[in-house]
Design a protein around this ligand. Structure first.
Ligand code: ATP
Ligand code: MN
Length: 464
C-alpha cells in the first residue's frame, strides 16, 4: 500500500500536487451523470476535502452511491481547485469502500440537535462540531502540561480510590466489593466495612489536593491532572459526576501568588487555542450553538487583567445593585450562580477573582485570616461558565488547623499524615483546582458541559 496522506497535511501545504492516497468518512455525495462530487473528512482537521469521481473510474458505482457516514479509500491526484470554496481537491482514479453506511445512518443533515447527538455519542466524533470541540480539548490538555512544565512544576498522579472521608469538596461515590445486601451492620447501625476490600470505607476521589500538598512540601511545585468524581445530584449544564481537574499546589506561595497563577494559566489556555485551533474556533463561532463573538471575546480576555475583589466587597455590590435575585444576598452565605453571573457578566463583564470568603462557606484547610471570620480562599469566575477555579492558601499552623477541625467536628485520626505536614517542616503554601471541562466550555463557547467530554456521566446517565 502506498503511503497515506492525512487531510490536515494537505491544507498545511506540505503535500506535493500529484499522486495521493487518502482515507476518510463520507460527509456527502452529489451524484451527476458523468461524474460525482464526494466530500470526505478524516478527523485530522476541521477541513473537508472534495473528491471528484469520474464515471469511468474503477469502482465508480460503489463509491458514488455511498451514503453519508461510509468510510472510503481514494487513490487519485491532488490538484489546485477551480471552485471558490476550497483550495485543493482530489481527482480520483480509483478507490474502494472500506465500510459502507446504511440509509438509516443517524447523523443525517437535519437530525443533529445536541440532545440527539448525546444519545448517539458513539458517533459524535464524526461531526464537524465535535471534531472541533475535541481537537480543542486535546490542545488544552497539551497546553496544560506545557504551561506547568515551563514553570518548573512536577506532574504527579494522586489516587483515584481514596480512604479520606472528609475532604469537604462534595458528595462521594463509594468503592466497595461487597454486595449491599451482604454488608453487616455494626452495633450502632452503621455499615461494617471490615470485611470490605480495603478493610474500611473507600470512595472515588473528589480532589487530589491533600495528597498533592504532601508532594508540594517536598518537591516544591507540583500539579495533578486527573479524573475527579462527585455524586452531588446537580443536574445542571455545568456539573458532571466524572470530570477532569488540574490541581497545582505550590510551596512558599500565598493566595495572591496562586490567583495570579490561575489567571495566567487561563490566559495561556486561551492563547494556545487561538494559535493552535483557529480553524476550529472560527468554525464554532459560526454555529448557532455558540455566540458569534467567541474569538473576539477570547482575544480580549487573553490580554486583560482579571478583576480582583473580596467576598465582602462582592456582597456589597450585589446588595447595592438593586437587582432582584432568587437567592437573597447576605454576608456569610454562599454566592449562588446567579450572583456569580451578575458579577462576571453584568458588573465586570469579564473574569473576576473573588477572595477572602467567610470561613463557614469553605473547607477546613483554608488559611484563617486575622479577622477570625474569613479565610484566604479564592474563586475565579468567568462569564457564561461561572466558577472555573476554586483555590486557597492552606492553613500551615498546626494548632489553628486542629482547632478548626475540632470546631467542624472532624475526625483528626484519619488525617494524621496531613497534620504531620504541619508538624515537621511546615511552610506557607497554596493551590487551586481548575475544572477542565469548564475551561473547555469557556474556550469553545459550548453551553452544556455534556458536550465537551467524550462520554458524560450525570445523574441517571452512564451510557457508552
Ligand atoms: P461548584 O460551586 O461550581 O459546584 P465547587 O465549589 O464544588 O464547584 P471546587 O470544589 O472548588 O468546586 O472544585 C474546583 C473546580 O472543579 C471548580 O471550580 C469547577 O471548575 C470544577 N468542578 C467542581 N465540581 C464540578 C462538577 N461536578 N463537574 C465539573 N466540574 C466541576
Ligand atoms: Mn469552589
Amino acid at each position: 500500500m502506498r503511503k497515506a496522506t492525512w487531510i490536515k497535511e494537505i491544507f498545511e501545504g506540505n503535500v506535493a500536487l500529484g499522486d495521493i492516497f487518502l482515507r476518510g468518512w463520507v460527509r456527502s455525495v452529489r451524484k451527476k451523470k458523468a461524474f460525482s462530487f464526494m466530500v470526505i473528512n478524516d478527523g485530522s482537521s476541521q477541513q473537508n476535502l472534495q473528491i471528484v469521481l469520474d464515471a469511468d473510474i474503477e469502482n465508480y458505482e460503489a463509491l458514488s452511491s455511498c451514503h453519508t457516514g461510509a468510510c472510503v479509500a481514494i487513490r487519485g491526484k491532488l490538484v489546485e481547485s477551480q471552485g471558490k470554496n476550497q483550495s485543493y481537491e482530489v481527482v480520483a482514479v480509483g478507490g474502494s469502500v472500506l465500510g459502507s453506511s446504511q440509509q438509516d445512518y443517524p447523523l443525517q443533515k437535519k437530525a443533529t440537535s445536541l440532545e440527539f447527538l448525546r444519545e448517539n455519542a458513539h458517533l459524535r466524533a464524526r461531526t464537524n462540531l465535535f471534531g472541533a470541540v475535541f481537537r480543542i480539548r486535546n490542545n488544552l490538555a497539551f497546553a496544560t502540561h506545557r504551561f506547568f512544565q515551563e514553570k518548573g512544576f512536577y506532574y504527579i498522579n494522586t489516587p483515584i480510590i481514596t480512604g479520606i472521608d472528609a475532604e469537604g469538596a462534595g458528595e462521594m461515590f463509594n468503592v466497595s466489593t461487597l454486595s449491599p445486601d451482604k454488608v453487616k451492620k455494626t452495633d450502632d447501625g452503621s455499615f461494617d466495612y471490615k470485611n470490605d476490600y480495603f478493610g474500611k470505607s473507600t470512595s472515588l476521589t473528589v480532589s487530589g489536593q491533600l495528597e498533592a500538598e504532601t508532594f508540594a512540601m517536598g518537591m516544591g511545585k507540583v500539579y495533578t491532572f486527573g479524573p475527579t468524581f462527585r455524586s452531588e445530584n446537580s443536574n445542571t449544564a455545568r456539573h458532571l459526576a466524572e470530570f477532569w481537574m488540574i490541581e497545582p499546589e505550590v510551596a512558599f506561595a500565598d493566595l495572591d501568588d496562586v490567583a495570579d497563577l490561575g489567571a495566567d494559566y487561563i490566559k495561556y489556555l486561551i492563547q494556545s487555542a487561538l494559535e493552535g485551533c483557529r480553524d476550529e474556533l472560527d468554525f464554532l463561532q459560526k454555529r448557532p450553538e455558540v455566540d458569534d463573538d467567541l474569538v473576539e471575546r477570547l482575544m480580549s480576555v487573553s490580554n486583560s487583567e482579571f478583576t480582583k475583589i473580596t467576598y465582602t466587597a462582592a456582597v456589597d455590590i450585589l446588595i447595592d445593585c438593586g437587582k432582584k435575585f432568587e437567592f437573597p444576598v447576605e454576608w456569610g452565605k454562599e454566592l449562588q450562580t446567579e450572583h456569580e453571573r451578575y458579577l462576571s457578566e453584568e458588573k465586570f463583564n469579564g473574569p473576576v477573582i473573588v477572595t477572602d470568603y467567610p470561613k463557614d462557606c469553605k473547607a477546613f484547610y483554608m488559611k484563617q485570616n486575622d479577622d477570625g471570620k474569613t479565610v484566604r480562599a479564592m474563586d475565579i469566575l468567568l462569564p457564561g461558565v461561572g466558577e472555573i477555579i476554586g483555590g486557597s492558601q492552606r492553613e500551615e499552623n498546626l494548632d489553628k488547623l486542629k482547632q478548626r477541625m475540632n470546631d467542624m467536628g472532624m475526625d483528626q485520626d484519619s488525617l494524621w499524615w496531613y497534620l504531620d505536614l504541619r508538624k515537621h517542616g511546615t511552610a506557607p503554601h497554596a493551590g487551586f483546582g481548575l475544572g477542565f471541562e469548564r475551561a473547555i466550555m469557556y474556550i469553545t463557547g459550548m453551553k452544556n458541559i455534556r458536550d465537551v467530554i467524550a462520554f458524560p456521566r450525570t445523574p441517571k446517565s452512564a451510557d457508552f
